[in-house]
Every structure is written in C-alpha cells, then in structure tokens.
Design a protein around this ligand. Structure first.
Ligand code: NAD
Length: 335
C-alpha cells in the first residue's frame, strides 16, 4: 500500500524501514503533523499512518477521503484524536496498535514514582555541582504505601505487578475489574475511596468523555495531603490549573507527568531555542516536586519494534481485504 506517514522522526524511520523489508509497503515519511493544513501531503496515498498528536477530526477525515485515503493506521494504542464516527460514515477504516509494550509504559510510570520520591532529579543536578548535602532529599519507603490505580488494563496491570514486588498495598478502580489483579489481592474500590486512601495515584484509563478531567479540584480535595499523582496516560485526564492549585497549597506533594493536555504544541520537538508560550505548562516546570517527561513512556527498542510490526501488519491485512482484529469502529467503542 502507498502510505503517508505523518509526524515522522528519525527513530520512526529506522524501525519502520527495518520491518518494512518484510511487508514491502511504499512509505513516504513526512515530518509534518497531520492537521487540516497538511492533508494535501496525503495525496496519492491509500493510507495515512499517524501518531498521538496528529489531528483527525471530521474536517481532516473528509479532506483525506476526497484524496482517496481509505485507511488510517494509528501507530499507537489511544484513538482519542480520531473522529471514529465520521471515519465510519466516510468508509475510512481505522486500525491501531492496541498493545506493543505495556511494560515500557509501566516501567516509566514506576520510574517517575521513584524519581519523585527519592528526588533523583534534584540529586543529579546537586552532585554535578559538588553539593553533597542531603537536605531536602528525604524520601519514603515504597513498601507498605497504598497505591491507587485508575484503569487496570494492560498497563495498569503491569504497574500493579511491579508495585506488588515493592510491597505496596494496591487499590484499583475500573468499570471492568481485572480478574488476574483480583487474584493478586488488588482491591477494587469506588473512586472517592481510592482518592481518599491512596498515598500514590496513577492514571491508566483511556481518555473518553467519562474520564475527561477525572482529576479536578473536587477529586483533589478528597485526596490525602501530600499525595503523589502520576499521569502517563493522556493529558486531558487531568485539569492542569486545578492540579497547579493543589501543588501550591501542598495538597499534592509530588506530580509526575508524561502527558499534558496541550502537548500537541510542545512535545516531540526541540523547542530549546524558543520561548514557551503556554503559561500553564511553564508554571508546572517551576515546582521542585514536579517531573515532566515529553510522552516518552512508550519509547523503548522493544516497543518501537512491536509498533512497527503491528502497524505494517495491520496495513497488509486491510490491503488483503481480510478482517483486522485491531480495527477501531463505532461498535468497538460501544462494546
Ligand atoms: P487498556 O485498554 O488495556 O486498559 C484501559 C483500562 O481502562 C481498561 O481496563 C478499561 O476498562 C479502563 N477504563 C475505562 N474507563 C474507565 C474509567 N472511567 N475509569 C477507570 N478505568 C476505566 O489500555 P492500556 O494499554 O492499558 O493503555 C492505557 C492508556 O495508556 C491508553 O488509553 C493510552 O492513553 C495510554 N498510553 C500512554 C502511553 C505513553 O507513552 N505515555 C503509551 C501507551 C498508552
């Protein structure tokens, strides 16, 4: 298939070129993000391969359909950036990579917890300046602490498994409890109980209307003073101005983010020579107890190989006219 790959970085090209020797698709690697201004770049292609911050709203999908693009191949798990209903109506198939390495995201999540707790980001900078003082670096034992996991699918489960090894007490909230976790002794509770009982709260649910700003002022008010909040899922699960207020009054003691609601204008680019215009994001960076990474939780060799393999295989399956298990449709979302 002829595929226009948007938002391509050198690392995408490296992994896709290697895997594509087996699949033989004609891929055009484009640096541009897919937006309504860049749809023309998809001309003469049957598929558009996109990532988390490409925009596939109704206007973009209509433009792509006019250009005879009939397949959207997401090279990620989340599909909140695609108007699935419009895609269905236009007869554009949407496929994704539901699981590439939940462990990659889970391990980064726990990495954020440990770095925040033991203040490794501050210790790193201090030691490089020959400052070996321990003042301000006091942490706590993870063992015995209560961690609340919101969303216990593949990534949430992996986080729970790691933290069980640390001796944490695990609470969870998910409309569809995970039997394997229940057998491990994870206790499913309602959200208010999770908020009020957890020392650490980690978000692993998808972004949907029901989960939009699941962490807002009302939720924060229920939490323990000094709680650690981690979001490696999707930025808009968190109301950032409310979280900033929580940080300012000490209710939130630690914040670890790999995603940010307005990350589309920031992440995946080197902006080190630019003035950041997003004042909310800039405020986050001023706190000593906040660590932000730029949507890198998925970024391991193992995950990249798996993403390339599944994406190209999805494209081949659709090209051959076979049903694709990784297709996202309106019916799939309802189920
Ligand atoms: P998954 O589909 O396996 O699990 C999601 C879980 O969330 C499911 O068990 C589902 O029942 C649950 N859920 C749905 N609605 C909920 C609600 N209202 N409250 C609580 N739980 C709810 O997905 P996954 O592979 O574990 O991925 C989770 C999320 O991680 C994805 O949606 C994506 O946004 C994010 N992600 C981030 C990165 C990264 O690099 N930072 C990489 C991959 C995925």
């Amino acid at each position: 298939m002829r595929v226009a790959m948007f938002s391509t970085k050198t690392y995408d090209k490296t992994f896709f070129e290697a895997k594509n020797e087996k699949f033989g698709h004609e891929i055009t690697y484009l640096e541009a993000r897919l937006t309504k201004d860049t749809t023309s770049l998809a001309e003469n292609n049957q598929a558009a391969c996109v990532f988390v911050n490409d925009i596939l709203d109704a206007d973009v999908l209509r433009n792509l359909s006019e250009k005879k693009v009939s397949l959207i191949a997401l090279r990620c798990a989340g599909f909140n950036n695609v108007d699935i209903k419009t895609a269905d109506e236009l007869g554009i198939k949407v496929v994704r990579v539901p699981a590439y390495s939940p462990h990659a995201v889970a391990e980064h999540t726990v990495g954020l917890m440990l770095a925040l707790n033991r203040k490794i980001h501050r210790a790193y900078a201090r030691v490089r300046e020959a400052n070996f003082s321990l003042e301000g670096l006091l942490g706590f034992d993870m063992r015995g602490k209560t961690v609340g996991i919101i969303g216990t699918g593949k990534i949430g489960q992996s986080v729970a498994e790691i933290l069980q090894g640390f001796g944490c007490k695990l609470l969870a909230h998910d409309p569809y409890p995970n039997e394997a976790l229940k057998e491990m002794g994870v206790e499913y509770v309602k959200l208010p109980e999770l908020f009020s009982s957890s020392d650490i709260i980690s978000l692993h649910c998808p972004l949907m209307p029901e989960t939009y700003h699941i962490i807002d002022d009302a939720a924060i008010r229920m939490m323990k003073k000094g709680v650690m909040l981690i979001n490696t899922s999707r930025g808009a699960l968190v109301d950032t101005p409310d979280v900033i207020e929580g940080l300012k009054d000490g209710k939130i003691g630690y914040l670890g983010l790999d995603v940010y609601e307005e990350e589309g204008d920031l992440f995946f680019e080197d902006l080190s020579e630019k003035v950041i215009q997003d004042d909310v994001f800039s405020r986050l960076l001023t706190f000593p107890n906040v660590i932000v990474t730029g949507h890198q939780a998925f970024f391991t060799v193992d995950a990249m190989k798996s993403i390339a393999e599944t994406t190209l295989s999805n494209i081949s399956t659709v090209e051959e006219g076979k049903p694709c298990v990784n297709e996202v449709t309106v019916d799939f979302i309802k189920s």
